[in-house]
Design a protein around this ligand. Structure first.
Ligand SMILES: Cc1cc2nc3c(=O)[nH]c(=O)nc-3n(C[C@H](O)[C@H](O)[C@H](O)COP(=O)(O)OP(=O)(O)OC[C@H]3O[C@@H](n4cnc5c(N)ncnc54)[C@H](O)[C@@H]3O)c2cc1C
Length: 481
């Protein structure tokens, strides 16, 4: 009998495993794939390793707390890269805007490229975004999912009022920002949790503070280096990792967890932290439970492209950004003119490519599986056309790897949604599954499909909150992650 079984070596599972083992519990982690990382994974192409998932790390403090609990320091385990410029935003009329890790540089660049009025609007908008971020962080992200009583307390309601719960993210942006290009830049942050800016709550404006105000990072050696560091620190505190070992069943008795089964084996335990998508937990491993509408999915690809001077992240905006949201969320089809995101992995993460070519990770948003008819090849072709027209790639550059929503669905479940359930309603965030599952004693959730949601730092917090709940239930800790 082991103290805790963790199912899945994605960010939430790795984080919870480190924290629980650091408190002296025996932890066995089972991962279906041959290595760790989950969506934060890698592929080796013609001898070169490339990240195939996240490329922007925000809020590194979410990880610092995990390393610290295990007696390590984030800054000694991974090297963060504050890029300047970090983002190269491009519009069809030829405008290019550089955004930097440091806010003052970004404001100056916006002033220069879009004008003084745009800079002034951004500064004002960020004051609001900062306030929303502080409330969200303190009231929601860094603590267990609040119950109804807590949500409707006088103080909570006052704060809720400050984050404009009934206004859409787009409404808030349009109220405060006049420049159409700056609007687009800010609206794109809704896609950071796979949402529709037209209906997502204004609270998501806090993402602007997280990326523009606090600054995003590259990671030396790729996001994979962060994953490896979590595993390394986990090994030091005694986590035992089992790769290529999909759990097939969770055993229960009288509503309590009693163990796990895999092909040819089983293990008794009374505590499970499930990092697998909730649709897999309640569907494949346990009886099914109703699922909420999914966030966006996407097409991703890796090009072997002739090396040239590039910025870490490039965004090619379309002529009509609103049409992209309408395509995905109203017509349930891939965008006619997709926004294309490119991560040049050499300048972004200091990765090395081939002798004359470099790896470019490319992404375009698409509906989750089952939201509309199955996707054809059109999206990839439209992306390729945009990359060629924008001179990001040349005709001789080659697409080496690609992944469709259906591939994400096959590997991770959740209909291929990248960020769990969508946040397209004011209270969606409060409807995510809690980290402590009330219907099964001993079952905890730590993933982007559970509280507080998707994205690297939030998944780390999911792991922290799940671990804190386990420790609390064992009388080993009181309080938060
Ligand atoms: C293309 C892409 C781009 C992204 N860009 C960013 C970005 O720039 N910044 C950012 O912060 N976030 C980004 N994200 C989101 C971020 O990567 C995810 O939110 C996060 O990595 C998800 O972690 P998780 O803890 O939910 O676990 P997951 O990554 O979902 O991993 C779950 C793990 O559980 C395993 N598993 C499932 N079932 C079983 C089973 N039965 N037995 C054993 N193991 C099982 C799976 O194999 C998987 O490894 C991106 C994601 C993608 C896909």
């Amino acid at each position: 009998m082991t103290d805790v079984v963790v199912i899945g070596a994605g960010i939430g599972g790795l984080s919870a495993a480190v924290l629980l083992a650091a408190r002296g519990l025996s932890v066995e982690l089972f991962e279906a794939a041959d290595g760790p990382g989950g969506k934060a994974g890698v592929v080796v192409l013609e001898g070169v390793e490339v990240d195939t998932g996240p490329s922007v790390l925000t809020l590194p403090d979410a990880f610092a707390g995990i390393f610290q609990a295990a007696g390590a320091l984030l800054e000694e385990e991974v090297q963060l890269r504050a890029l300047s410029p970090a983002f190269d935003y491009r519009w069809p009329d030829g405008t290019r805007l550089a955004i930097h890790h440091h806010l003052e540089q970004s404001c100056a660049s916006i002033g220069q490229t879009l004008g003084a009025e745009a800079e002034e609007d951004l500064r004002k908008f960020l004051l609001r975004a900062r306030e929303i971020w502080e409330i969200s962080r303190r009231r929601f992200i860094e603590r267990p999912l609040p119950g109804l009583g807590e949500m409707f307390s006088f103080q909570a309601l006052l704060e809720l009022f400050r984050i404009a719960p009934l206004r859409s993210m787009r409404g808030l942006i349009h109220q405060q920002v006049r420049d159409p290009k700056l609007r687009m830049l800010l609206e794109r942050y809704a896609t950071y949790n796979g949402s529709d800016v037209r209906v997502a709550p204004a609270a998501l404006a806090c993402i602007a503070e997280v990326e523009l105000g606090l600054g995003g990072y590259g990671v030396q050696g790729g996001i994979a280096a962060l994953v490896r560091a979590l595993v390394r620190v986990g090994e030091r505190v005694g986590v035992r990792y089992h790769y290529g070992r999909p759990v097939q069943r969770i055993d229960t008795s009288g509503g309590c967890i009693t163990g796990v089964q895999w092909e040819g084996g089983s293990l008794r335990c009374d505590t499970i932290v499930a990092n697998a998508d909730v649709s897999k937990v309640f569907g494949e491993l346990l009886p099914a439970a109703p699922q909420r509408p999914p966030s966006m999915s996407g097409w991703t690809g890796v090009y072997r492209a002739r090396r040239r001077e590039r910025v870490g992240h490039t965004i090619l905006f379309p002529t009509n950004y609103e049409a992209e949201f309408a395509d995905i969320f109203d017509r349930h089809c891939s965008p006619t003119e997709p926004t294309v995101y490119i991560c040049a992995q050499e300048p972004c993460h200091g990765r090395s490519g081939w002798s004359e070519e470099e790896p470019l990770f490319v992404m375009a948003n698409a509906p989750a599986v089952g939201e509309g008819p199955p996707e054809g090849e059109e999206l990839r072709e439209r992306v390729q056309q945009r990359l060629l027209a924008g001179r990001i790639i040349e005709g001789t550059d080659r697409l080496l790897w690609q992944r469709w929503p259906r591939d994400l669905e096959a590997r991770f479940g959740g209909r291929g949604a990248i960020y769990g359930a969508s946040s397209n309603s004011p209270f969606a965030a409060f409807l995510r599954p809690a980290n402590r599952v009330s219907s099964y004693r001993g079952l905890y959730l730590a993933s982007g499909s559970a509280h507080p949601g998707g994205g690297l730092p939030l998944c780390a917090w999911s792991g922290r909150l799940a671990a804190a709940a386990v420790l609390e239930d064992r009388g080993l800790q009181r309080g938060r992650g």
